[in-house]
Design a protein around this ligand. Structure first.
Ligand code: DER
Length: 236
């Protein structure tokens, strides 16, 4: 489909541009675009991947690395990463991202920050002028279950997201539980509110009980978007 081929195109181009032979520690994101990143890295060959270690951003990411027969390492053992490549739910014109659609954004942010270079790969649907334009669920917020009610109320009443909700699971009774044992709140905002995403990030992060916010501001070095017409849009 147009979307899958545009994900593959973004991922392949980003790997070809940013995963060099000298890169030994590589961060692997989560979601449905990143499998194409791993696919392209495997295509670099066994020789290129010998001696490399791949750092996962959650359970799914770890399974992806293991299934590709690549070496897995943990960020506590490899706190300095050469390059991390990950997906995003939406990217604005300044490369600020909404991440956390897959409820993996805590580990994703740790692995992204630990990297010298953080690269985003996405299909054309994620390419926006400003955040909360094309991603209706809004900003994911990982919270400790004990505090979710208090945080939800604060987000709805004082941060300006009255429609914020606790993310409920589909194939499990009750809320989504992250790899870290926490809940997720989705907080939709008007695009006008997202002209300075780092201000919203700071306000939410300071709420007691918040573990991490799915706003990645001033982090990505480049974003690769696959387009339906087979071209790639690269933004720095
Ligand atoms: O949860 C995340 O941040 C993931 O990176 C994810 O949202 C990207 O999703 P996709 O690659 O499946 O669109």
């Amino acid at each position: 489909s147009g979307i899958e081929s545009s994900k593959r195109l973004a991922a392949y181009t980003a790997v070809d541009h940013h995963i060099k032979p000298e890169h030994r520690v590589i961060g692997i994101g989560s979601g449905s675009t990143v499998p194409y990143v791993v696919e392209r890295i495997v295509q670099q060959g066994q020789e290129a991947n010998k001696g490399r270690v791949f750092i996962p951003t959650g359970f799914q990411s770890r399974q992806l690395i293991l299934n590709a027969k690549l070496s897995v390492g943990d960020v506590d053992e490899y706190p300095s990463i050469d390059v991390t490549i990950d997906g995003a739910d939406e990217v604005d014109s300044s490369l600020n991202c909404i991440k956390g659609g897959g409820a993996c954004h805590l580990r994703e942010k740790v692995i992204a920050e630990a990297a010298q270079t953080f690269i985003v790969v996405a299909d054309y649907r994620k390419n926006s002028q400003s955040l909360c334009t094309n991603y209706p669920p809004g900003v994911p917020i990982e919270v400790v279950p004990f505090a979710y009610g208090k945080v939800l109320t604060a987000v709805q009443k004082s941060i300006g997201s009255p429609k914020a909700t606790l993310r409920m699971a589909i194939k499990k009774a009750g809320p989504v539980v992250t790899d870290n044992g926490h809940f997720v709140i989705d907080a939709p905002f008007e695009p006008e509110r997202m002209q300075d995403p780092s201000a919203v990030l700071r306000q939410i992060k300071l709420l007691t009980g918040v573990v991490e916010v799915g706003l990645f501001c001033n982090m990505a070095k480049a974003a690769y978007f696959g387009n339906e017409d087979g071209t790639v849009t690269i933004r720095h």
